[in-house]
Design a protein around this ligand. Structure first.
Ligand SMILES: *Cc1c(COP(=O)(O)O)cnc(C)c1O
Length: 382
């Protein structure tokens, strides 16, 4: 079945007793046992909750995995995956990755003896060169944040299989609607469900999908053991969001393509990063491995003095962190999402004083362009 159909119908058959079309919110901490040593399949909501399970089953299906897991946030999901490793293990990581993931690895898990090496994962040979005897995994963002580099998930998965490493893909920017890393050979996908999957800037959640049942057992043990599970209300919001994933992303991508093309023609824009542009280094690769280019655009303005007007004088577009929702947001990665990365490292990566990031929403594209245009025009007039 097409993924758009699967997404629309997530949770549909859950409540066979009443035939409810949407999943009920099972707002309960515990469940009555029918008899001694008997269980309905649910005992306590940290271990399992029907609303959460509808979401977990749904995302597993969308991603082509054997089992899904829902967490209180994307960071909680990534944290839970790190419990698969022990003191002395080494993990290779995408260098321009989400700032919060970098902070988790460098400021928290470093203390527990995990080692991380950051490389440009759009360069498979750079990953190969970074492998050490104690390397246990690759943690790769399929489309990076904020520079939108594209990783060759097929080649990286093959490399991981050959070297006995776990291939973990943070597929937040693309979602299974645009890229299915498990089909390409990866072992685990992880999502900030807060972004495109839930899609409405109304809940924070994290999701994981695992391909292999034995590995899924371990991930479940850690999910239940550490306990950072997603509550039933937020699980319901995530399910509700996923139902419209395909229509939202279709519109968001269409808008992003138009805006990216408009930005490339703007005299006050120095550089545009959008994989849907034919000149983007990952364009052909993403076209071959995925089914779309997403709706994130990063761009450099001609002068640092343009940054503030663009952030503050856009009206329809909100100056806010996060991404993936139906509302268009503009962010300044250097001081917002990537503030925890050391200044020299940021500069080297290209996260600089003139780089802005747009998360394109579903609004009318002419309105969005008019909003950007007037913000640029104010500065030109000044
Ligand atoms: C937002 C984000 C995260 C963290 O997710 P939260 O839901 O904010 O905890 C991880 N990875 C990427 C790529 C993100 O954009």
């Amino acid at each position: 079945m097409n993924i758009a159909s699967q997404a629309a119908q997530i949770g549909l058959d859950w409540d066979t007793r009443t035939g409810a079309v949407t999943v009920p919110i099972y707002q309960t901490a515990t469940f009555r046992h029918p008899g001694l040593g008997q269980s309905t399949g649910y005992d306590y909501s940290r271990s399992g909750n029907p609303t959460r399970q509808a979401l977990e089953d749904g995302i597993a299906k969308l991603d082509g995995g054997c089992r899904g897991f829902a967490y209180a946030s994307g960071m909680a999901a990534i944290t839970s995956l790190l419990f698969l490793f022990s003191h002395g293990d080494h993990i290779i990581v995408t260098e321009d990755l989400y700032g919060g993931t970098y902070r988790l690895f460098e400021k928290i898990f470093n203390q527990y003896g995990l080692e991380f090496t950051y490389v440009d994962t759009s360069d498979t040979s750079a990953v190969t060169s970074a492998i050490q005897p104690n390397t246990k995994a690759l943690f790769v963002e399929s489309l990076t944040n904020p520079l939108l580099k594209v990783a060759d998930i097929s080649a990286l998965s093959a490399l991981c299989r050959e070297k006995g490493l776990l291939c973990i893909v943070d597929n937040t920017f693309l979602t299974p609607y645009l890229l299915r890393p498990l089909d390409l050979g990866a072992d685990i996908t992880v999502y900030s469900g807060t972004k495109y999957l839930a899609g409405h800037n109304d809940t924070v959640c994290g999701l994981v999908v695992v391909k292999d049942p034995e590995l899924a057992e371990k991930v479940y043990f850690h999910q239940n053991g550490a306990g950072a599970v997603l509550g039933p209300q937020d699980s319901w919001l995530a399910i509700r969001g996923i139902k419209t994933l395909s229509v939202r992303l279709d519109r968001q991508q269409e808008n992003a393509q138009t805006i990216a093309e408009w930005l490339t023609r703007h005299p006050l824009v120095r550089k545009v990063y959008y994989p849907g542009l034919p000149g983007h280094p990952g364009h052909e690769l993403l076209k071959a491995q995925g089914s779309g280019f997403g709706a994130m655009i990063s761009f450099e303005v001609a002068d640092p003095s343009l940054v503030e007007p663009l952030l503050l004088r856009t009206g329809l577009i909100s100056f806010a962190e996060s991404l993936g929702g139906v509302e268009t947001l503009i962010t300044f990665p250097e001081v917002q999402t990537h503030a925890d990365i050391e200044p020299e490292k940021r500069e080297k990566l290209g996260i600089n004083k003139v780089l802005l990031r747009l998360s394109v929403g579903i609004e009318n594209v002419d309105d969005l362009i008019a909003d950007l245009d007037q913000a640029f025009a104010i500065e030109e007039a000044a």
